[in-house]
Design a protein around this ligand. Structure first.
Ligand code: BGC
Length: 345
Protein backbone atom coordinates (compact mmCIF):
# COMPACT_ATOMS: atom_id res chain seq x y z
CA UNK A 1 0.00 0.00 0.00
CA UNK A 2 1.32 3.38 -1.00
CA UNK A 3 0.12 6.97 -0.73
CA UNK A 4 1.28 9.71 -3.08
CA UNK A 5 0.58 13.44 -2.80
CA UNK A 6 0.00 15.44 -6.00
CA UNK A 7 -0.39 19.20 -6.03
CA UNK A 8 -3.11 20.63 -8.29
CA UNK A 9 -3.07 24.17 -9.69
CA UNK A 10 -6.10 25.09 -7.55
CA UNK A 11 -6.23 27.25 -4.43
CA UNK A 12 -9.54 27.62 -2.57
CA UNK A 13 -10.10 29.71 0.56
CA UNK A 14 -6.34 30.41 0.44
CA UNK A 15 -5.51 26.72 0.69
CA UNK A 16 -3.87 24.50 -1.91
CA UNK A 17 -5.81 21.59 -3.34
CA UNK A 18 -4.02 18.26 -3.47
CA UNK A 19 -4.94 14.88 -4.83
CA UNK A 20 -3.78 11.86 -2.87
CA UNK A 21 -3.45 8.52 -4.61
CA UNK A 22 -3.69 5.29 -2.65
CA UNK A 23 -2.64 2.09 -4.42
CA UNK A 24 -2.30 -1.57 -3.46
CA UNK A 25 -0.81 -4.69 -5.00
CA UNK A 26 -4.18 -5.82 -6.43
CA UNK A 27 -4.16 -3.04 -9.02
CA UNK A 28 -6.58 -0.87 -7.06
CA UNK A 29 -6.15 2.87 -7.23
CA UNK A 30 -8.10 5.44 -5.21
CA UNK A 31 -7.82 9.19 -5.73
CA UNK A 32 -8.98 11.54 -3.01
CA UNK A 33 -8.99 15.37 -2.92
CA UNK A 34 -8.53 17.40 0.24
CA UNK A 35 -11.51 19.44 -1.01
CA UNK A 36 -14.70 17.80 0.29
CA UNK A 37 -12.71 14.62 1.00
CA UNK A 38 -13.93 13.67 -2.48
CA UNK A 39 -13.15 10.18 -3.74
CA UNK A 40 -12.89 10.99 -7.44
CA UNK A 41 -11.59 7.61 -8.64
CA UNK A 42 -11.92 4.09 -7.32
CA UNK A 43 -10.30 1.95 -9.99
CA UNK A 44 -10.33 -1.81 -9.50
CA UNK A 45 -9.54 -4.89 -11.59
CA UNK A 46 -12.81 -6.46 -12.71
CA UNK A 47 -13.38 -10.19 -13.30
CA UNK A 48 -12.25 -9.79 -16.94
CA UNK A 49 -8.89 -8.47 -15.70
CA UNK A 50 -9.60 -4.93 -16.90
CA UNK A 51 -9.19 -1.80 -14.79
CA UNK A 52 -12.55 -0.22 -14.14
CA UNK A 53 -13.55 2.93 -12.28
CA UNK A 54 -16.59 2.20 -10.08
CA UNK A 55 -17.42 5.76 -8.97
CA UNK A 56 -18.82 8.74 -10.84
CA UNK A 57 -16.77 11.92 -10.92
CA UNK A 58 -14.60 14.15 -13.08
CA UNK A 59 -11.27 13.58 -14.84
CA UNK A 60 -10.04 16.95 -13.64
CA UNK A 61 -10.54 18.77 -10.34
CA UNK A 62 -12.02 21.82 -12.12
CA UNK A 63 -15.16 19.72 -12.79
CA UNK A 64 -16.02 19.80 -9.09
CA UNK A 65 -16.07 23.57 -8.83
CA UNK A 66 -17.63 24.68 -12.10
CA UNK A 67 -20.91 26.64 -11.93
CA UNK A 68 -22.84 24.27 -14.16
CA UNK A 69 -22.05 21.36 -11.80
CA UNK A 70 -22.81 23.34 -8.65
CA UNK A 71 -26.21 24.47 -10.04
CA UNK A 72 -27.66 20.93 -9.86
CA UNK A 73 -25.26 19.82 -7.19
CA UNK A 74 -25.32 16.07 -6.37
CA UNK A 75 -22.40 15.89 -3.86
CA UNK A 76 -20.47 13.48 -6.14
CA UNK A 77 -18.13 11.37 -4.04
CA UNK A 78 -17.92 13.85 -1.16
CA UNK A 79 -18.05 13.60 2.60
CA UNK A 80 -21.30 14.92 4.13
CA UNK A 81 -21.40 16.92 7.37
CA UNK A 82 -22.17 18.19 9.86
CA UNK A 83 -25.41 16.37 9.40
CA UNK A 84 -26.31 13.88 6.69
CA UNK A 85 -29.72 14.03 5.02
CA UNK A 86 -32.59 16.23 6.23
CA UNK A 87 -33.34 18.00 9.51
CA UNK A 88 -36.98 19.08 9.83
CA UNK A 89 -37.28 22.87 9.50
CA UNK A 90 -33.54 23.06 10.20
CA UNK A 91 -34.30 23.24 13.92
CA UNK A 92 -33.30 21.33 17.02
CA UNK A 93 -32.94 21.73 20.77
CA UNK A 94 -29.97 20.56 22.78
CA UNK A 95 -29.83 20.95 26.57
CA UNK A 96 -32.87 23.25 26.42
CA UNK A 97 -31.29 25.59 23.87
CA UNK A 98 -32.93 26.06 20.44
CA UNK A 99 -30.83 26.22 17.29
CA UNK A 100 -31.79 27.33 13.79
CA UNK A 101 -29.72 25.97 10.90
CA UNK A 102 -29.50 27.12 7.28
CA UNK A 103 -32.62 25.98 5.43
CA UNK A 104 -31.11 24.98 2.09
CA UNK A 105 -33.89 22.69 0.85
CA UNK A 106 -37.38 24.18 1.21
CA UNK A 107 -37.76 24.85 4.93
CA UNK A 108 -35.43 21.95 5.87
CA UNK A 109 -31.67 21.46 6.10
CA UNK A 110 -30.01 18.99 3.71
CA UNK A 111 -26.50 17.56 4.08
CA UNK A 112 -25.21 20.21 6.50
CA UNK A 113 -26.57 23.39 4.89
CA UNK A 114 -25.48 25.63 2.00
CA UNK A 115 -21.77 24.87 2.26
CA UNK A 116 -21.23 21.59 4.04
CA UNK A 117 -18.04 19.64 4.64
CA UNK A 118 -18.32 18.49 1.00
CA UNK A 119 -17.13 21.94 -0.14
CA UNK A 120 -14.52 22.69 2.50
CA UNK A 121 -10.77 22.43 2.09
CA UNK A 122 -9.46 19.89 4.57
CA UNK A 123 -5.94 19.84 6.00
CA UNK A 124 -3.74 16.88 5.15
CA UNK A 125 -2.22 15.59 8.38
CA UNK A 126 1.43 14.48 8.30
CA UNK A 127 2.55 10.86 8.39
CA UNK A 128 0.93 9.76 5.16
CA UNK A 129 2.28 6.21 5.43
CA UNK A 130 -0.05 3.86 3.59
CA UNK A 131 -3.08 5.97 4.52
CA UNK A 132 -4.37 9.53 4.36
CA UNK A 133 -5.86 11.53 7.24
CA UNK A 134 -7.79 14.70 6.49
CA UNK A 135 -8.83 17.17 9.16
CA UNK A 136 -11.42 19.92 9.14
CA UNK A 137 -12.21 22.29 11.99
CA UNK A 138 -15.76 23.56 11.72
CA UNK A 139 -16.23 26.77 13.71
CA UNK A 140 -19.16 27.24 16.09
CA UNK A 141 -22.09 28.80 14.24
CA UNK A 142 -21.17 27.36 10.84
CA UNK A 143 -24.51 26.82 9.04
CA UNK A 144 -26.10 27.39 12.49
CA UNK A 145 -24.50 24.44 14.32
CA UNK A 146 -23.14 25.02 17.85
CA UNK A 147 -19.64 24.08 19.00
CA UNK A 148 -16.23 24.10 17.38
CA UNK A 149 -16.07 20.64 15.86
CA UNK A 150 -12.80 18.98 14.84
CA UNK A 151 -13.22 16.10 12.42
CA UNK A 152 -10.57 13.66 11.24
CA UNK A 153 -11.21 11.26 8.41
CA UNK A 154 -8.68 8.53 7.63
CA UNK A 155 -8.71 6.64 4.33
CA UNK A 156 -6.82 3.37 4.17
CA UNK A 157 -6.57 0.93 1.27
CA UNK A 158 -5.70 -2.61 2.35
CA UNK A 159 -4.06 -5.54 0.57
CA UNK A 160 -7.44 -7.30 0.86
CA UNK A 161 -8.97 -4.65 -1.42
CA UNK A 162 -10.85 -2.78 1.27
CA UNK A 163 -11.07 0.98 1.36
CA UNK A 164 -11.57 1.85 5.03
CA UNK A 165 -12.99 5.19 6.13
CA UNK A 166 -12.49 5.96 9.82
CA UNK A 167 -14.18 9.09 11.13
CA UNK A 168 -13.50 10.78 14.47
CA UNK A 169 -14.79 14.07 15.86
CA UNK A 170 -14.70 16.15 19.03
CA UNK A 171 -16.56 19.28 20.09
CA UNK A 172 -16.15 21.98 22.75
CA UNK A 173 -19.93 22.49 23.18
CA UNK A 174 -22.89 20.13 22.87
CA UNK A 175 -23.72 19.74 19.18
CA UNK A 176 -25.34 17.43 16.63
CA UNK A 177 -23.30 15.31 14.24
CA UNK A 178 -24.11 12.75 11.54
CA UNK A 179 -21.39 12.11 8.97
CA UNK A 180 -21.41 10.03 5.81
CA UNK A 181 -19.82 9.70 2.40
CA UNK A 182 -21.77 10.31 -0.81
CA UNK A 183 -20.08 8.01 -3.34
CA UNK A 184 -22.06 7.31 -6.54
CA UNK A 185 -21.29 3.73 -7.56
CA UNK A 186 -21.85 1.98 -10.86
CA UNK A 187 -20.36 -1.51 -11.23
CA UNK A 188 -21.24 -2.10 -14.92
CA UNK A 189 -18.35 -2.03 -17.41
CA UNK A 190 -20.12 0.64 -19.48
CA UNK A 191 -22.03 2.44 -16.74
CA UNK A 192 -25.67 3.30 -17.53
CA UNK A 193 -28.89 2.55 -15.63
CA UNK A 194 -28.24 0.55 -12.45
CA UNK A 195 -31.58 -1.34 -12.46
CA UNK A 196 -29.76 -4.57 -13.38
CA UNK A 197 -27.37 -4.52 -10.44
CA UNK A 198 -28.20 -7.17 -7.84
CA UNK A 199 -28.50 -5.69 -4.38
CA UNK A 200 -28.99 -6.92 -0.84
CA UNK A 201 -29.36 -5.04 2.46
CA UNK A 202 -29.84 -6.80 5.82
CA UNK A 203 -32.50 -4.32 6.92
CA UNK A 204 -35.91 -5.46 8.20
CA UNK A 205 -37.25 -1.89 8.52
CA UNK A 206 -37.12 1.32 6.56
CA UNK A 207 -38.02 4.81 7.78
CA UNK A 208 -41.22 6.64 6.91
CA UNK A 209 -40.73 10.05 5.28
CA UNK A 210 -43.01 13.08 4.94
CA UNK A 211 -43.78 14.72 1.57
CA UNK A 212 -40.41 16.48 1.66
CA UNK A 213 -38.47 13.24 2.28
CA UNK A 214 -37.90 14.10 5.94
CA UNK A 215 -37.86 11.10 8.25
CA UNK A 216 -40.82 11.24 10.66
CA UNK A 217 -39.71 8.78 13.37
CA UNK A 218 -41.88 5.85 12.24
CA UNK A 219 -40.22 2.50 11.31
CA UNK A 220 -41.98 0.34 8.70
CA UNK A 221 -41.30 -3.39 8.15
CA UNK A 222 -39.91 -4.06 4.65
CA UNK A 223 -41.70 -7.41 4.47
CA UNK A 224 -43.99 -7.74 1.45
CA UNK A 225 -42.94 -4.36 0.02
CA UNK A 226 -40.59 -3.13 -2.71
CA UNK A 227 -38.21 -2.18 0.13
CA UNK A 228 -37.45 -5.81 0.93
CA UNK A 229 -33.78 -6.25 0.01
CA UNK A 230 -33.22 -8.97 2.64
CA UNK A 231 -32.56 -11.47 -0.14
CA UNK A 232 -30.58 -10.34 -3.19
CA UNK A 233 -32.71 -8.93 -6.02
CA UNK A 234 -32.26 -6.69 -9.04
CA UNK A 235 -32.47 -3.04 -7.96
CA UNK A 236 -35.08 -2.41 -10.65
CA UNK A 237 -37.09 -5.60 -10.07
CA UNK A 238 -40.03 -3.88 -8.38
CA UNK A 239 -39.15 -0.21 -8.16
CA UNK A 240 -41.07 2.75 -9.44
CA UNK A 241 -38.80 3.62 -12.37
CA UNK A 242 -39.63 7.35 -12.12
CA UNK A 243 -38.69 7.51 -8.43
CA UNK A 244 -36.18 4.74 -7.72
CA UNK A 245 -35.10 4.61 -4.07
CA UNK A 246 -34.35 7.52 -1.75
CA UNK A 247 -35.05 5.75 1.55
CA UNK A 248 -33.33 5.04 4.81
CA UNK A 249 -32.92 1.38 5.78
CA UNK A 250 -32.44 0.38 9.42
CA UNK A 251 -29.71 -2.26 9.55
CA UNK A 252 -30.35 -5.42 11.58
CA UNK A 253 -27.58 -5.21 14.19
CA UNK A 254 -26.54 -4.43 17.72
CA UNK A 255 -25.58 -0.77 18.29
CA UNK A 256 -22.04 0.00 17.13
CA UNK A 257 -21.38 -3.45 15.62
CA UNK A 258 -19.39 -3.50 12.37
CA UNK A 259 -21.76 -5.35 10.04
CA UNK A 260 -22.78 -5.58 6.41
CA UNK A 261 -24.82 -2.64 5.15
CA UNK A 262 -25.14 -3.76 1.54
CA UNK A 263 -23.79 -6.17 -1.03
CA UNK A 264 -24.07 -5.33 -4.72
CA UNK A 265 -23.03 -7.40 -7.73
CA UNK A 266 -23.11 -6.81 -11.47
CA UNK A 267 -22.89 -9.31 -14.34
CA UNK A 268 -20.87 -7.49 -17.03
CA UNK A 269 -17.93 -6.77 -14.70
CA UNK A 270 -18.33 -9.69 -12.31
CA UNK A 271 -17.68 -7.20 -9.49
CA UNK A 272 -19.04 -7.36 -5.99
CA UNK A 273 -19.07 -4.34 -3.66
CA UNK A 274 -19.76 -5.06 -0.01
CA UNK A 275 -20.16 -2.16 2.39
CA UNK A 276 -19.64 -2.71 6.12
CA UNK A 277 -20.35 -0.12 8.77
CA UNK A 278 -20.59 0.59 12.47
CA UNK A 279 -23.52 2.93 11.73
CA UNK A 280 -27.16 2.00 12.41
CA UNK A 281 -28.70 2.92 9.03
CA UNK A 282 -27.93 3.05 5.31
CA UNK A 283 -29.63 5.64 3.14
CA UNK A 284 -30.10 4.03 -0.27
CA UNK A 285 -30.36 6.61 -3.05
CA UNK A 286 -30.56 5.61 -6.72
CA UNK A 287 -29.78 9.08 -8.06
CA UNK A 288 -33.18 10.29 -9.28
CA UNK A 289 -31.90 13.87 -9.43
CA UNK A 290 -28.56 13.16 -11.09
CA UNK A 291 -27.82 15.53 -14.00
CA UNK A 292 -24.10 16.03 -14.60
CA UNK A 293 -22.45 17.09 -17.85
CA UNK A 294 -18.87 16.27 -18.83
CA UNK A 295 -18.13 13.65 -16.23
CA UNK A 296 -15.20 11.26 -16.75
CA UNK A 297 -14.26 10.82 -20.42
CA UNK A 298 -16.84 13.50 -21.32
CA UNK A 299 -19.74 11.29 -20.23
CA UNK A 300 -23.00 12.84 -19.03
CA UNK A 301 -24.58 11.22 -15.96
CA UNK A 302 -28.37 11.04 -15.77
CA UNK A 303 -31.00 9.75 -13.32
CA UNK A 304 -30.59 6.19 -12.02
CA UNK A 305 -27.05 5.84 -13.41
CA UNK A 306 -25.56 5.24 -9.96
CA UNK A 307 -26.45 4.13 -6.48
CA UNK A 308 -25.39 5.56 -3.12
CA UNK A 309 -25.30 3.71 0.19
CA UNK A 310 -24.91 6.46 2.75
CA UNK A 311 -24.03 4.81 6.06
CA UNK A 312 -24.98 7.10 8.91
CA UNK A 313 -27.25 7.65 11.92
CA UNK A 314 -30.98 8.04 11.32
CA UNK A 315 -31.74 11.28 9.44
CA UNK A 316 -33.42 13.93 11.61
CA UNK A 317 -32.52 11.85 14.71
CA UNK A 318 -31.75 15.05 16.60
CA UNK A 319 -35.54 15.66 16.60
CA UNK A 320 -36.61 12.07 17.30
CA UNK A 321 -35.75 10.95 20.86
CA UNK A 322 -36.47 7.26 20.04
CA UNK A 323 -33.62 7.15 17.51
CA UNK A 324 -29.98 6.55 18.54
CA UNK A 325 -28.59 9.89 19.60
CA UNK A 326 -26.67 12.19 17.27
CA UNK A 327 -25.79 14.61 20.07
CA UNK A 328 -22.08 14.91 20.77
CA UNK A 329 -20.95 16.34 24.10
CA UNK A 330 -17.58 17.85 25.04
CA UNK A 331 -15.24 15.09 26.22
CA UNK A 332 -16.91 12.45 24.02
CA UNK A 333 -15.43 11.13 20.79
CA UNK A 334 -17.64 10.57 17.76
CA UNK A 335 -16.48 7.50 15.84
CA UNK A 336 -17.59 5.80 12.68
CA UNK A 337 -16.02 3.14 10.46
CA UNK A 338 -17.27 2.25 6.99
CA UNK A 339 -15.52 -0.24 4.70
CA UNK A 340 -15.91 -0.63 0.94
CA UNK A 341 -14.74 -4.11 -0.04
CA UNK A 342 -14.19 -5.16 -3.64
CA UNK A 343 -14.28 -8.79 -4.76
CA UNK A 344 -15.18 -10.81 -7.82
CA UNK A 345 -18.51 -12.65 -7.64
C1 BGC B 1 -30.71 12.46 -0.65
C2 BGC B 1 -31.45 12.86 -1.92
C3 BGC B 1 -30.70 13.99 -2.53
C4 BGC B 1 -29.29 13.52 -2.82
C5 BGC B 1 -28.40 14.53 -3.47
C6 BGC B 1 -29.36 12.01 -1.03
O1 BGC B 1 -28.66 11.63 0.10
O2 BGC B 1 -31.42 11.50 0.06
O3 BGC B 1 -32.78 13.18 -1.66
O4 BGC B 1 -31.34 14.43 -3.70
O5 BGC B 1 -28.68 13.09 -1.65
O6 BGC B 1 -28.58 15.77 -2.98
Amino acid sequence: MKAKLIKTEHVIDGKEIFAVELTNNQGTYVKIYNYGAIISNFVVKNALGDSQDIVLGFDDFSGYINDDYLAAYPYLGAVIGRYANRIKNGKFNISGKAYQLSQNIGSDTLHGGYIGFDRKVWDILPALGPSLTLQYVSPAGEEGFPGNLTIQLTFKLTAENELILDYKAETNEPTAINLTHHGYFNLATNGGNISNHTHRMPASYYLQQDDNYVVTGVKIPVEGSQYDFLGPKLIGSNWDDQEGYDQTFVLDKEPGELTLASETTEESSGLKLSIYTTEPVAHFYTAKYLAVNNGKKGKNYGPFEAFCVETQHHPNAVNVPEFPTTVLLPGEIYKQTTIYKIEHQ
